[in-house]
Design a protein around this ligand. Structure first.
Ligand code: SF4
Length: 315
């Protein structure tokens, strides 16, 4: 299977590039996710020409436009980093990335809640690393996370879902473009989108319904924006339970009252967080196969990538 390309902060791969000569190897990223992805490492501080080891740095000034300053000698590295970062994102365009995993708490690579110092007061955790900000501004729709947040099972599952969905979507774009491929993609992803955002589900449904009236490029651009926006919104047990109940409706003729009761109980237990999502989904998948339910059979929500499937054991 063709691997997915993800950008990553180099130190997370175990490379000794940190200011103190160390690394921050993350085993989930290298051993588990690493089976499915090809990493494009980026270390802003080393790639912009700083040595290893080097003086540590932090952000100073206003959280919206902070400066990157060395901690003790107070050298301002902002211009150097910004100039390099703008060139680097242009090079990264050629890599066709599906997302980026940033190193948390870094004044260069951190994507959120980075300490920003002002005068002698307590730092506020409201900054974004200099490179991370330029990357996210340049690629606003790409899924991004940091390794700290990825320890949360729900955030991890959401990140994987966005990456694998983007992969399926880009496959559509790489085919000889036609509206039928977009409609087909939407049909298969309906319940997945619904589980994240019923509002986007409706808007995207309307967009696809007038697919014939729009230039194909505009249709694809609008659809992709809505798709990535919708998946960024978190699923919740309530939203997932609504999707599961909706699917249950497809079997109202076939299931016995005992089977309906069992499925309802599984959905209820999941909604109350007593069992993981994978439990009611397994039951529904069983009925989809047993009754050969063609519409549900093609739903990505029920048949995600194997890694996404495993991650549902924990949400
Ligand atoms: S956090 Fe970023 S800048 Fe610092 S060592 Fe890691 S990759 Fe390099």
């Amino acid at each position: 299977m063709e691997k997915i390309k993800l950008g990553i902060s180099t130190c997370l791969l175990g490379e000794n590039v940190r200011y103190d000569g160390g690394h921050r190897l993350d085993r989930f990223l290298t051993d588990t996710l690493g089976q499915y992805v090809e990493y494009v490492p980026v270390c802003p501080e080393v790639e912009c020409g700083l040595p290893v080891p080097r003086e540590s740095m932090h952000l100073e000034g206003h959280p919206d436009s902070p400066h990157l300053v060395t901690t003790h000698t107070k050298q301002d590295m902002t211009d150097r980093m910004v100039r390099w970062a703008h060139k680097r994102v242009l090079k990264l365009e050629k890599e066709n990335l599906y997302g980026f995993v940033f190193k948390s708490n870094s004044p260069s690579s951190g994507m959120e809640r980075i300490r920003v110092y002002k005068d002698k007061g307590t730092p506020v955790k409201k900054g974004v690393g200099i490179f991370a900000r330029i990357f996210m501004d340049h690629f606003p729709l790409l899924p991004v996370e940091d390794e700290g947040r990825l320890h949360d099972p729900e955030i991890r599952e959401n990140f994987m879902e966005r990456i694998f969905t983007l992969k399926r979507w880009r496959r559509v774009l790489s085919k000889k473009e036609n509206r039928g491929n977009v409609v087909d993609f939407h049909t298969k992803h309906k319940l997945l989108i619904f589980s994240h955002s019923p509002k986007h589900y409706q808007t995207m449904g309307k967009l696809v319904a007038r697919a014939k009236d729009l230039p194909l490029k505009e249709l694809c651009q609008q659809y992709q924006t809505l798709l990535m926006e919708s998946l960024k919104l978190k699923t919740t047990p309530k939203k997932n339970s609504n999707v599961l109940q909706h699917m249950m409706g497809y079997f109202k003729e076939q299931l016995s009252s005992d089977e309906k009761k069992e499925l309802m109980e599984a959905i209820d237990h999941y909604r109350q967080s007593h069992i993981p999502l994978v439990a009611p989904i397994t039951l529904i998948n069983h009925y989809v196969r047993k009754y050969d339910q063609l519409y549900l059979k093609q739903q990505v929500y029920l048949n995600p990538h194997p890694l996404e499937q495993q991650l549902r054991n924990h949400v």
